[in-house]
Design a protein around this ligand. Structure first.
Ligand SMILES: CC(C)(COP(=O)(O)OP(=O)(O)OC[C@H]1O[C@@H](n2cnc3c(N)ncnc32)[C@H](O)[C@@H]1OP(=O)(O)O)[C@@H](O)C(=O)NCCC(=O)NCCS
Length: 180
């Protein structure tokens, strides 16, 4: 377990499929991931978990972390992807699964705790994230964690019947250490 202040992070495992299935089918939560109108079967969620477990075996670190609040209730998810081993770079995707729990500091603590693990435990030098252009909550969260808006991928997503821009944010290890 990786302890934070409001959440603790644990490697995702097979019994987490039901809660992940609920979150990954929530249209409000999934709007932040740019896929508000998708539906995923429990079997597909199970396949994703199997993929994350296989990656954990290969890389020696979890590929997905479940965030639990201090009562042990699942509250969110962090996925690590697109690792570039030579550049020591990794992309994160964040989710506080139940929109009713947004705005209470879970996202910030989940990100802070994941960053500590990325830089201190797993030796990454760069962590980056994407966010839809309209996802101001995420932009504010990333900026307040020290991320820099590095660029915009034009018309890189499609939902609600139109193309949308996607912003890329990055944080380097030295920038993160300078804020501690
Ligand atoms: C983005 C997300 C992780 C934020 O989680 P959260 O628990 O609401 O975050 P917090 O409560 O810690 O708040 C984070 C920041 O958002 C700000 N915020 C809260 N409500 C806001 C709103 N309505 N509009 C803009 N910013 C808002 C908070 O003030 C805080 O900024 P601050 O530290 O400068 O005050 C969560 O909304 C989520 O899971 N969304 C769906 C998935 C997603 O969009 N993921 C990001 C792309 S990968």
């Amino acid at each position: 377990m990786i302890p934070g202040e409001l959440v603790n992070l644990c490697a995702v495992d097979r019994p987490d499929a039901a809660v992940l299935h609920r979150w990954l089918n929530d249209p409000v939560a999934m709007r932040g991931w740019g896929v508000p109108d998708q539906t995923r079967s429990l079997s597909e969620v199970g396949r994703r978990i199997e993929g994350w477990l296989a990656e954990e075996g290969e890389r020696g670190r979890p590929a997905a972390l479940l965030a639990e609040d201090l009562d042990g209730e699942p509250v969110g998810l962090v996925v690590l992807a697109e690792e570039d081993a030579a550049a020591r770079s990794v992309a994160l995707s964040l989710l506080v699964g139940d929109p009713a729990r947004w705005g209470q500091g879970y996202g910030a603590d989940l990100l802070r705790t994941a960053l500590g693990a990325c830089f201190d435990a797993w030796g990454f030098h760069r962590v980056w994230l994407r966010a839809e252009a309209g996802n101001e909550r995420a932009h504010r969260l990333y900026r307040s964690a020290g991320f820099v808006h590095e660029g915009t991928l034009r018309a890189a997503s499609f939902f609600d019947g139109r193309f949308g821009d996607v912003l890329v944010f990055g944080l380097l290890e030295e920038e993160w250490r300078g804020r501690l």
